[in-house]
Design a protein around this ligand. Structure first.
Ligand SMILES: *[C@@H]1O[C@H](CO)[C@@H](O)[C@H](O)[C@H]1NC(C)=O
Ligand SMILES: *[C@@H]1O[C@H](CO)[C@@H](O)[C@H](O)[C@H]1NC(C)=O
Ligand SMILES: *[C@@H]1O[C@H](CO)[C@@H](O)[C@H](O)[C@H]1NC(C)=O
Ligand SMILES: *[C@@H]1O[C@H](CO)[C@@H](O)[C@H](O)[C@H]1NC(C)=O
Ligand SMILES: *[C@@H]1O[C@H](CO)[C@@H](O)[C@H](O)[C@H]1NC(C)=O
Ligand SMILES: [Ca+2]
Length: 527
């Protein structure tokens, strides 16, 4: 079984020798050392790692059990689909099994009982991993291929979907698109999404069973008919914008829009012969590891690249911690034949290769210091490699050095703090009496009024005396006859007149009213 799988893998075109090792131990004039190469995993049968979903609910036949017939034998409707009987059930998993005994096993939909309402079904395949297609997608239909269907793909685990190919027996009628063939595409249109009529016409259900998404024909545009000139394909994959992504998917969806009709119009009196039946979906591809891995393993339910070159992530899409002195880059197929590993480098080994952690894209050479330094560091960073935070900012401990959020503003209280700088944990330096990370609080026994000031009075030690009351720790409001910070002084002791004069004369309501009027209407007093 393993032997067979290995054979299969070796028949796949892109599995040939090139780019299959990531490093080798070589001896040079300077002694032995590792040499690194661009590398990629072998192509695999991706159906072994897929999860499938069939929509809408209830589209799979057999619940309740029902009869169906075929276009070849339209009046012998004795075949039965029964989900509760393993011999007569047609669950989705039968699209991905291996048909060892040569007997087709297939998923089957309900029949078109609801005609003329369309019979629609979606088959969604998900890998939770980016896959690069290396050979045709081949979908095998039993009892006839759909007359209209569409293939869609996602590159972001099903969040967004894009058309991949349209299939119809009449492209103009079904999709208002002219029919085209992949074979007729040119180097500039190799990633065009087209409508094809090659896989939807009735040719007898036994004769023509497959619907293809032609990966090989598109490769052949660059690599020649037998894919002999793979170097040219690899060169194009590196240089033509969007070409690599065109062959990359995380999910595929077949939207079945109208079943096989047997080469004629729909016969309403016998709707038992219209349904979809898919016996196999072959998807051949390799894990996308950005040319940083030659192994891809199935772990915890998902495919995962075994990253080399000090990269990490499901697709080796970033540098390992402590290997970020240079920004991450995908490996390259070029220059031929071994490509470039574009490995991540350990921090500190970046001499002569100025790294700015993604905060600047310009470096400049400072002659008299003989150093290369980053220019105009963004995201509030500074330093030769934009590796420090600007004054007034501190390092976000949960962010990597190449993160846009790496520096956080100190936000020191302007009045409570000495300056707007803070330490590595964001603490500002406080003036006397202030406290808190941002110096916007006062110590006990201090009050806030445009800064922290020591309490003048309080309820414990600095009690207002002689019946005075403490106003917001700022001053004592003293009763008549007393003054001083804590109302500790009798006015008589200070100013004899206050005691000798007619008691109350000064504070009589009439005098007060006059005084207030005088304040409000200064002119009147002059009269
Ligand atoms: C199939 O998927 C498409 C989105 O790709 C959605 O609009 C449509 O409703 C789905 N059809 C069924 C029958 O679930
Ligand atoms: C997808 O893969 C990632 C990384 O291997 C894993 O953490 C996550 O749980 C997977 N999600 C699902 C739905 O399997
Ligand atoms: C990755 O880092 C290790 C040290 O941990 C080093 O020996 C190795 O050469 C590095 N590989 C690459 C490709 O830079
Ligand atoms: C620190 O960095 C993390 C990771 O980028 C980010 O989610 C968080 O918002 C940052 N914290 C602050 C206070 O900016
Ligand atoms: C920053 O200052 C605060 C308060 O003074 C202190 O607790 C903390 O340990 C300091 N952090 C560092 C990294 O020095
Ligand atoms: Ca099968």
């Amino acid at each position: 079984m393993l032997y067979l799988a290995a054979l299969l893998v070796h028949c796949v075109p892109l599995a040939m020798a090139q780019y299959d090792i990531c490093k080798s131990w070589v001896t040079t004039d300077d002694g032995p050392s590792w040499e690194f190469y661009a590398c990629q995993p072998k192509a695999m049968r991706m159906k072994d790692y897929v999860t499938v979903r069939v929509d809408p609910a209830g589209i799979t036949c057999g619940d309740p059990p029902e009869r169906f017939c075929t276009h070849e034998n339209p009046y012998l409707c004795s075949d039965e689909c029964d989900a509760s009987n393993p011999d007569l059930a047609h669950p989705p998993k039968l699209m991905f099994d291996s048909e060892d005994e040569g007997l087709a096993t297939y998923w089957q939909s309900v029949t078109w009982r609801r005609y003329p309402e369309p019979l629609l079904a979606n088959i969604t395949l998900s890998w939770n991993k980016s896959i690069e297609l290396t050979d045709d997608i081949v979908i095998t239909f039993e009892y006839g291929r759909p007359t209209i269907m569409m293939l869609e793909k996602s590159l972001d685990n099903g969040r967004t979907w894009h058309p991949y190919q349209y299939y119809a027996d009449d492209c103009m009628e079904a999709f208002s698109m002219p029919a085209r063939r992949v074979r007729d595409l040119s180097t500039t249109s190799a990633n065009r999404v087209l409508c094809t009529e090659e896989y939807s016409r009735w040719a007898g259900s036994k004769k023509e069973k497959t619907v293809r998404f032609e990966v090989r024909d598109r490769f052949a545009i660059f690599a020649g008919p037998d894919l002999k000139n793979m170097d040219n394909l690899y060169t194009r994959l590196e240089s033509a914008k969007g070409l690599k992504d065109f062959f990359t998917v995380t999910d595929l969806r077949m939207r079945l829009l109208r079943p096989a009709l047997g080469g004629t119009y729909v016969q309403r009196e016998n709707l038992y012969k219209y349904f979809y039946a898919v016996s196999n979906i072959e998807v051949t591809g390799r894990c996308k590891c950005n040319l940083h891995a030659n192994l891809c393993t199935f772990k915890e339910g998902s495919l995962q690249c075994e990253c080399e070159h000090n990269t990490t992530g499901q697709d080796c899409g970033k540098c390992k911690k402590n290997f970020r002195s240079r920004s991450w880059r995908a490996g390259s197929y070029l220059p031929l034949p071994n490509g470039s590993p574009n490995a991540c480098a350990a921090a500190g080994s970046a001499f002569g290769n100025c790294e700015c952690y993604g905060h600047s894209n310009r470096c400049s050479y400072i002659d008299f210091l003989n150093v290369v330094t980053c220019v105009s560091c963004k995201h509030n960073t500074r330093g030769q490699h934009c590796q420090h935070c600007r004054l007034g900012f501190y390092r976000n401990s949960s962010a990597e050095l190449d993160d846009e959020n790496v520096c956080i503003e100190c936000n020191c209280n302007q009045i409570g703090s000495m300056h707007d700088r803070c330490n590595e944990t964001g603490y500002c330096e406080c003036r006397e009496g202030a406290m808190g990370p941002k110096c916007d609080d006062c110590l006990p026994n201090y009050y806030w009024r445009q800064g922290c000031f020591p309490n003048v009075c309080d309820d414990e030690l600095l009690l207002c005396q002689n019946g005075g009351t403490c106003y917001q720790n700022q001053r004592c409001i003293c009763p008549v006859g007393f003054k001083g910070v804590l109302c500790q002084q009798s006015r008589c002791e200070v100013d004899k007149q206050d005691c000798d004069g007619a008691p109350g004369a000064r504070g009589s309501p009439a005098a007060l009213a006059l005084a207030m009027l005088a304040l409000q209407l200064p002119g009147w007093v002059d009269l």
